[in-house]
Design a protein around this ligand. Structure first.
Ligand code: S3P
Length: 179
């Protein structure tokens, strides 16, 4: 039985893009918890935040994470705030290797700038400061991941390859256990 590969970390660190390619390379199912939430709610995350509030979103996120944590052999990309709730961490950890993707605040700023779908950054008057503050506040949660990869200057493909190496090591390089 293989563990899920769970990508955690701040907005704009590449969880969804890396997760999708990683799953493709490994022939695993890819699950993006934010996408699942949007499908279930038939609405965009930004609008869910706006209309129903963050607490409502966090409760949905908790439910979805509880559900997907039961899966096996998947690549799971989570939203940037997933680890704030201890329950989510414990669920994801049950059958998952947690890999935290990071990037510098400047890089995160660049990557999230063109997108208008980041409700926690949308209203900020000083986005870079908001990113720095949130990153600082979330440090203790992200540091609970099993591995951390700085994606700042890396291509998606290189991050994917790094994760594949990690998973190989976790499996003791046992080919019968590999994908
Ligand atoms: C959030 C990050 C978003 C999304 C929601 C809240 C956060 O996901 O879940 O807007 O609290 O950091 P991404 O990390 O995929 O942008």
């Amino acid at each position: 039985m293989e563990k899920n590969i769970v990508l955690v970390g701040f907005m704009g660190t590449g969880k969804s893009e890396v997760g999708e390619l990683l799953a493709k390379k490994l022939g695993r199912k890819f699950i993006d918890t934010d996408k699942l939430i949007e499908e279930r709610e038939k609405d965009r995350i930004a609008r869910i935040f706006q209309v129903k509030g963050e607490e409502y979103f966090r409760n949905l996120e908790e439910k979805i994470i509880e559900e997907v944590s039961e899966y096996k052999n998947c690549v799971i990309a989570t939203g940037g705030g997933a680890l704030i709730r201890e329950k989510n961490y414990l669920n994801l950890k049950k059958n998952g290797i947690l890999i935290c993707l990071t990037a510098t605040p400047e890089e995160i700023y660049k990557r999230t700038l063109p997108k208008k779908d980041r409700p926690l950054l949308m209203k900020s008057k000083n986005v870079i400061e908001t990113i720095k503050e949130l990153l600082e506040r979330r440090k203790p949660y992200y540091s609970k991941a099993d591995y951390t990869i700085d994606t700042t200057k890396k291509k998606i493909e290189d991050v994917v390859d790094e994760i594949i190496e990690i998973v190989k090591k976790e499996n003791g390089e046992n080919p019968s256990k590999s994908w």
